[in-house]
Write a protein that binds this ligand. Structure first.
Ligand code: GTP
Ligand code: MG
Length: 316
């Protein structure tokens, strides 16, 4: 994956400049609508983590889709919350959404088939005033025909069921932003990035996200627990003679009790999370062998503290 370098490309060919379109498309919506899944599907890369839990995405994340005639710079964003949320972290996540909306030339609002209400919040109220093109994507259409969406209690019971299978869509619909109508919404202009450029986020960032994804998906960590976790890569060594990438990471939690649960009896839980995270990272690194070492540390109330949020990259 080429996620490291940002290059501004100068294109001198006038014809090419006139026809080429390039711009930012912000993907916004309520939590769990499938925004990250949509971005991955458009890019044909598993770049952003996506889980069945709401509030999986915490940052605005760039994914660049290039073709000879256009460059669409997709911005995945955190799900918009109704109200302020319980933590400063959530307020900072909403700032990331607002930033992405400001930067975007086109806005893609993702909702689902169940008419989940678009949150009545100032992020969405802004959309009614925007002069930018707004596309509404109705997602999860493979679930059409189900008598009704299971109620929340049933969903929660299913989530708590340790034997639950991974999500598998009943049908997958091909999505494309190469359609001419959509392309015309992007401004005319030269590409901003090399055509093999994927994201401005580092490989380290995506590795930390994959560890967080493993935490969110862990059958041992219920309800709130994965949400109190933040992951930082503390050491990343490229493969040498032994062809192994060595990664050390710290999982930060807020309190003692949470640390004990994440570690588990005899370290069983963190070991299990580590195995799954390592497999995910190996896939992300196109099959490279990875040695992953995880530590768990307490960072008291980090979700409420501006200094810690800034340290973790959630600037306000
Ligand atoms: N059945 C079905 N499930 C989908 C579809 N798209 C996404 N999902 C599932 O919906 C859940 C949420 O997907 P995400 O892509 O993480 O949703 P999101 O909008 O990015 O969520 P947040 O980051 O929490 O705001 C995951 O379990 C996905 O597998 C779809 O087209 N059909
Ligand atoms: Mg997401």
């Amino acid at each position: 994956m080429n996620t490291n370098t940002t290059t501004i490309t100068n294109v001198n060919n006038d014809d090419h400049q006139q026809q080429h379109r390039c711009g930012y498309a912000g993907i916004v919506g309520a939590p769990n609508m499938g925004k990250s899944t949509l971005l991955n599907s458009l890019l044909k890369e598993d770049l952003c983590i996506a889980t069945r839990r709401p509030q999986t995405t915490r940052h605005a994340i760039l994914g660049v889709l290039s073709s000879p005639t256009k460059q669409c710079c997709l911005l995945d964003t955190p799900g918009v919350l109704q109200g302020d949320g319980a933590y400063q972290l959530q307020a900072n996540m909403m700032e990331a959404v607002k930033g992405a909306l400001t930067d975007s030339d086109v806005i893609v609002v993702v909702t689902d088939l169940f008419s989940t209400p678009i949150p009545d919040d100032n992020v969405f109220r802004r959309l009614s005033e925007t002069t930018k093109p707004v596309l509404v994507v109705v997602n999860k259409i493979d679930l059409e025909g189900r008598a009704k969406r299971p109620d929340e209690a049933t969903i929660q019971r299913k989530k708590d069921d340790e034997e639950e299978e991974e999500d598998e869509f009943e049908k997958t619909y091909t999505v494309s932003l190469t359609n001419d109508d959509v392309k015309q919404l992007l401004p005319i202009g030269p590409p901003l990035y090399d055509d093999d450029f994927l994201s401005d986020r580092s490989v380290r960032f995506f590795c930390s996200e994959l560890i967080r994804e493993a935490l969110l998906e862990s059958r041992y960590l219920k309800k709130e627990l994965p949400y109190c976790c933040e992951v930082q890569i503390t050491d990343y060594k490229e493969p040498r003679d032994d062809n192994i990438t060595r990664i050390e990471a710290t999982i930060f939690v807020e309190r003692d009790g949470q640390k004990a649960i994440i570690i588990g009896k005899n370290g069983d839980v963190v070991k299990q999370v580590g195995i799954i995270a390592r497999e995910k990272i190996e896939r992300f690194l196109d099959g490279e062998k990875v040695f992953l070492q995880l530590r768990v540390k307490i960072n008291k109330d980090w979700r409420k503290r501006e200094d810690q949020l800034a340290k973790f990259g959630y600037s306000n």
